[in-house]
Design a protein around this ligand. Structure first.
Ligand code: SAH
Length: 484
């Protein structure tokens, strides 16, 4: 006699979350395809003894069986397959078989999960975020698996991989912590100090020994708690989608943000709400803050124990004076980290459809600035004028006449294509293309404004065919200018 179909989740009573210890316990997987393989792999990772029942196994499962990692039950499902099982997973594409597994499990009080069928399952496998021993499991009780998946993705972006290391460290040190702080209150206070202190940061920097030492010091009240730190973060060119996950996490944790003018509003929207924002941007001729003032601000806030983010456009180490800022921090004993960003050359080229290198046109790229501390005359014009290379020129809007003249003087063809990318990756991006000899005139015709990046080289011509973002490149003078 078969028992009734398992009831499935009831809207009125939510599921009860459980983390199961499957180590050494028998689990049955019914099915021999890719879904069964995925489940089997996860079960093996949890230490389960897995038996896979199916008339035939796919190649990977067959290999596992041959290696003895799993046991293969050959043939069609019979309730005897459940002998010895604590849990079963029905992962076939045959509803009848899946239902038979569910019913047989119900009769024997064995939990059964039917993949992608919450109603037929007595136990559900949650979406999860895995950080070693630390696991976040998410379930919508079968009501909205997509929502659970969405949440999982959000958490994946926010939870750093080093959280697993932290959980492992705390696991290893559990006894020591309990012995040192037998009282719950004192233990809580210790954890608070620990989590706010430098141990998580050191683990994130993959400095495990230093983290252990700091932990021990903290355990004996000698740790350097809340010392304050600075993260030098690249915000990319503007499109917030080009931030790295690391940048996003750091922005989420910041107490103070010192940002350049070049950092887009879209990116600033992502900063922790109650963080203090200070614009320290510098623009040609309009210095909001001198470099010395920026150094002073970083030191002031970090030495108050705050987490400071120094947020810069593009990448902090590409024409960003990031090196100088780190030297100051270093000299003052302030901890720092660097989060790279997508630099303007890389972003503008991508968003204009200009491959910086190309087998047929350019084997190297030079990142240059036509506007640095020393004058343009210190540039090696002979080298810059060489063929088969791409120049990506930062901060060049002002000196374009001189720049193109010098290149041509030193042998680069007057017909070499250029592309100016203004406001690259932003909603108001413009791309202006032409030949080197007409560079300055075209920039004037279109009234090019900062920020703009100049690309010189054969590859620039590809913008005509490979553009995909915003408006197509502008080749001729604008209509008004032409009519005049
Ligand atoms: N650290 C930055 C560069 C700072 S110098 C980076 O790695 O990108 C500032 C110059 O960068 C600007 O004058 C301009 O040439 C270039 N730039 C930065 N953002 C840009 C953008 N969105 N579009 C075009 N050029 C940009």
């Amino acid at each position: 006699m078969s028992s009734p179909v398992p009831p499935g989740p009831q809207a009125s009573s939510p599921l009860f979350p459980v983390f199961a210890d499957l180590h050494g316990r028998g689990v049955l997987v019914v099915g021999g395809g890719t879904v069964a393989l995925r489940k089997t792999a996860a079960l093996l990772e949890a230490g389960a003894r897995v038996r896979v029942g199916a008339p035939a196994l796919n190649a990977e499962l067959a290999t596992m069986a041959a290696r003895g990692d799993i046991e293969h039950l050959s043939g069609h499902f019979t309730p005897q397959w459940l002998d010895d099982a604590w849990l079963a997973i029905a992962a076939t594409d045959d509803d009848g078989v899946n239902r038979a597994v569910a019913e047989a499990g119900e009769a024997r009080r064995i939990w059964v999960n039917v993949v992608d069928d919450a109603r037929a399952s007595s136990v559900q496998i949650p979406a999860r975020v895995d950080r070693g021993p630390l696991q976040v499991a998410i379930s919508s009780g079968g009501a909205a698996p997509m929502l659970a998946r969405h949440l999982r993705q959000m958490l994946e972006t926010q939870l750093d991989a080093s959280l697993g290391e932290l959980a492992r460290l705390l696991g290893r040190e559990r006894e020591r912590i309990r012995t040192r702080f037998p009282q719950l209150g004192a233990r809580r206070a210790f954890f608070d100090r620990l989590l706010r202190g430098n141990v998580p940061t050191l683990l994130r920097k993959r400095q495990h020994l230093a983290a252990e030492r700091e932990f021990t010091a903290l355990l004996h009240d000698a740790g350097t708690t809340s010392r304050g730190s600075v993260a030098l973060v690249g915000a990319g060119p503007g499109d917030a989608g080009l931030l790295t996950l690391r940048a996003l996490r750091v922005l989420n944790e910041a107490d103070v943000i010192l940002h350049d003018r070049l950092v887009s509003d879209e990116v600033l929207q992502l900063v922790r709400r109650d963080a203090q924002r200070i614009e320290v941007g510098k623009q040609a001729g309009n210095h909001h803050a001198t470099q010395a003032q920026i150094h002073a601000l970083m030191l002031e806030h970090a030495s108050q124990g705050k987490r400071v983010v120094r947020l810069k456009g593009g990448d902090p180490f590409v024409f960003g004076r990031g090196g100088e800022e780190l030297e100051v921090l270093r000299a003052n004993g302030i901890d720092f980290e660097v989060v790279p960003g997508i630099t303007a050359a890389v972003a503008c080229a991508a968003y204009a459809g200009v491959p910086l290198t190309h087998r047929e046109h350019a084997q190297s790229v030079r990142l240059v600035t036509a506007h640095c501390k020393d004058s343009t005359d210190t540039l090696d014009w002979h080298a810059l004028a060489q063929e088969r290379q791409t120049l990506a020129v930062y901060m060049g809007v002002a000196g374009l006449d001189r720049f193109s003249a010098r290149l041509i003087e030193h042998g680069r063809a007057a017909s070499t294509p250029f592309a100016i990318v203004e406001n690259g990756s932003r909603a108001n991006q413009r791309v202006i293309v032409g030949a080197l000899s007409e560079l300055a005139q075209r920039a004037r015709d279109h009234d090019v404004q900062s920020p703009a990046l100049l690309i010189v080289g054969e590859v620039a011509a590809l913008a005509d065919t490979l553009h995909w973002f915003g408006a197509p490149p502008l080749r001729d003078a604008p209509a008004i200018a032409a009519a005049a």
